[in-house]
Ligand binder design. Structure first.
Ligand code: ASP
Length: 592
């Protein structure tokens, strides 16, 4: 804490800051009973506030009723206590506690509030507590040290962002939460309008269009710690509402945005005491990332890079591979090193690639300069030698192959690479790697609908010609940290013509484009500066810096994987009357 609290009836000092220097002085502290011990006729209370813990000691022979009151104290009761700060006896010093040299010999104790027995212990961080319980009693969970540490870290990170951006002349500007759809590839959350029955607001998937309007409005450099809302399937690193550092700049190209981003993020990592290589961070074209890692957010902390071995294996007797190649598929492989996996473990690898749409993985062990096992006989010695050379295989190495469609094989094998790196313990805990991914395609074809969809969002500036949408590249850039996408953005389209061309390619008629995004198209017609920006996922950054598995652990009040809030019970049914006022009728009975 930077300042002592203002002395009032409750306290004049922070618990955690009563050190040896204060011995001999009087102090009043307030907080929660962290732990209580009765010992040799004395009562010891560890008292906790946000700053830390101090030991209170109560003597039975002290004057007043403090001792009698202390006898009734239980965990998490709230008290205010005053007395003299005294040095502990030699043997009782606790070197693990900043206040371990002293204790407060209490002369006056006031019980401010009682606590029922908490549903889980708050004084032992090693106890695994069921997450649903933690979320249900979040106020209690937030008292625990790991949560407090992470909230402090989160604050520091956001503060570093604000500080650097202010230094760089950015303005913090808020944008609406109740708005129209801002597409980022997820479903919208909708809010019905009472005043215009039948009409709906959408919660923003990002402030994308507003920040572009701010550039057209002449604000040059904008940022916002912005809440975004996306209705999509949730995993550990996703929440229906999450927080981004959102930025936009005018009269810039990719170098400017990446340069500013590196300044901000370097400051963030420093504030978080999180060691990353110094900027500038490496850049990898999307195609190369997919080829070498099977991912557009590759983890560069370990090897096992993928190789395209199709050309080396073409023309073999192995029907499975030949069919794939004949159908314009591809064969990718990596060397998992010298690993002894049982038959069932090898079979189990199939499940991993199947989750990503591939049919199977073919495991082959290198033996001498050949291959062990049944598959070897389908390939010529020359082919085997060429693959071994490409994969730098030595005797006993496990080589893993996936032959499949071009958009499936790399991704499936990339997922296997990650899984095996975890399983074999190849991920260094104390090293971190950042990489920019650039040169994304602008569009990808939705495999089911056959339509083009935008890889980033439809406001990303293209490079190339619309004649062949497949060859168009985007002026986007993503930043990945240890295999997690932590940021992404682009240079934007700044003319109405190009914007309409993109809408058209996405299958939107001119009328539809005008109806949904007319406000943007109109603004683009009145002198839009070239502009670009980026957004960083604050929850993810905090989670990685704090080494937490899930962003739920770095958000004060998160939702579960099913989008529920066990604390408040949201989402919840509403009164029929409320719905009537909104002009809304429910087609389903709410689930119990
Ligand atoms: N709006 C984008 C997103 O939320 C970021 C950007 O393009 O600046 O992912």
């Amino acid at each position: 804490m930077n300042h002592p609290p203002r002395a009032n009836g409750y306290r004049d000092a922070w618990c955690g800051e009563l050190t040896g220097e204060r011995a001999g002085s009087k102090a009043r502290v307030a907080g929660w009973v962290h732990r209580r011990r009765d010992h040799g006729g004395l009562i010891f209370i560890d008292l906790r506030d946000r700053s830390g813990i101090v030991q209170l000691v109560f003597h039975p022979d002290s004057s007043g009723d403090a001792f009698a009151k202390a006898e009734r104290l239980r965990s998490e009761h709230v008290v205010s206590a005053s007395g003299e700060v005294v040095r502990r006896e030699e043997g009782n010093v606790n070197p693990n506690l900043p206040t371990g040299e002293i204790e407060l010999s209490v002369a006056d104790l006031e019980l401010l509030a009682e606590s029922e027995t908490p549903p889980f212990p708050l004084d032992d961080d090693t106890v695994e507590v069921d997450e649903l319980m933690r979320l249900r009693y979040r106020a209690l969970d937030l008292r625990r040290q790991p949560m407090q540490d992470v909230m402090v870290l989160r604050h520091r990170i956001i503060k570093a962002m604000r500080y650097v951006l202010d230094e760089l002349d950015f303005l913090e500007i808020e944008t609406p939460i109740m708005t129209r759809s801002t597409p980022e590839g997820a479903r919208d959350f909708l809010v019905p309008s009472r005043m215009q029955p039948g009409s709906w607001y959408a919660l923003p998937q990002s402030p994308q269009l507003f920040k572009q309007l701010l550039m057209i409005g002449g604000y040059e450099r904008y940022f916002q710690i912005a809440r975004c809302f996306r209705d999509e399937d949730l995993r550990g690193f996703r929440q229906p509402e999450f927080t981004q550092l959102d930025m936009e700049l005018s009269f810039v190209d990719e170098e400017d945005v990446i340069g500013v981003s590196e300044k901000v993020m370097a400051a963030v990592f420093e504030a978080a005491d999180f060691d990353v290589p110094p900027a500038p961070w490496p850049r990898l074209p999307y195609d190369e990332a997919m080829l070498r890692f099977g991912s557009d957010k590759p983890d560069l902390r370990y090897g096992m890079e993928l190789h395209d071995v199709g050309p080396l294996l073409a023309g073999s007797e192995f029907k499975v591979f030949e069919n794939v190649l004949a159908n314009n598929g591809t064969i990718r492989a990596f060397n998992a090193g010298s690993r002894e996996l049982s038959r069932s473990e090898l079979d189990g690898l199939n499940e991993i690639v199947q989750r990503h749409g591939a049919k199977a993985v073919a495991p082959i062990y290198a033996e001498g300069d050949g291959w062990a096992g049944n598959l070897a006989k389908f390939f010529s010695d020359e082919q085997i030698r060429a693959v071994n050379a490409e994969l730098e295989a030595s005797d006993g190495d496990l080589l893993l192959f996936v032959a499949d469609r071009r958009h499936i094989a790399p991704v499936a094998l990339g997922a296997l690479r990650i899984e095996l790196a975890e399983r074999f313990g190849l991920i260094p805990a104390d090293r971190h790697e950042l990489v920019w991914i650039v040169d994304f395609p602008l569009f990808e074809r939705d495999p089911e609908a056959g339509r083009w969809t935008a890889i980033h969002h439809p406001f990303t500036a293209p490079r190339g010609s619309f004649e062949d949408p497949e060859t168009l590249r985007s002026r986007g850039y993503d930043l990945a940290l240890d295999g997690v996408e932590i940021g992404g953005g682009s240079i934007r389209i700044h003319t109405a013509e190009v914007q309409q061309e993109v809408f058209k390619t996405l299958g939107m008629s001119e009328e539809e484009g005008q109806a949904r995004f007319g406000f943007l198209l109109d603004a683009l017609r009145y002198g839009a500066p070239p502009h670009g920006g980026i957004a960083f996922g604050i929850d993810r950054i905090v989670a990685i810096a704090a080494a937490r598995e899930s962003i739920r652990d770095v958000i004060a009040f998160p939702k579960t994987a099913s989008g529920a809030d066990p604390l408040t019970g949201a989402p919840a049914p509403v009164d029929a009357q409320q719905l009537r006022e909104l002009g809304v009728r429910s087609l389903v009975e709410p689930q119990a």
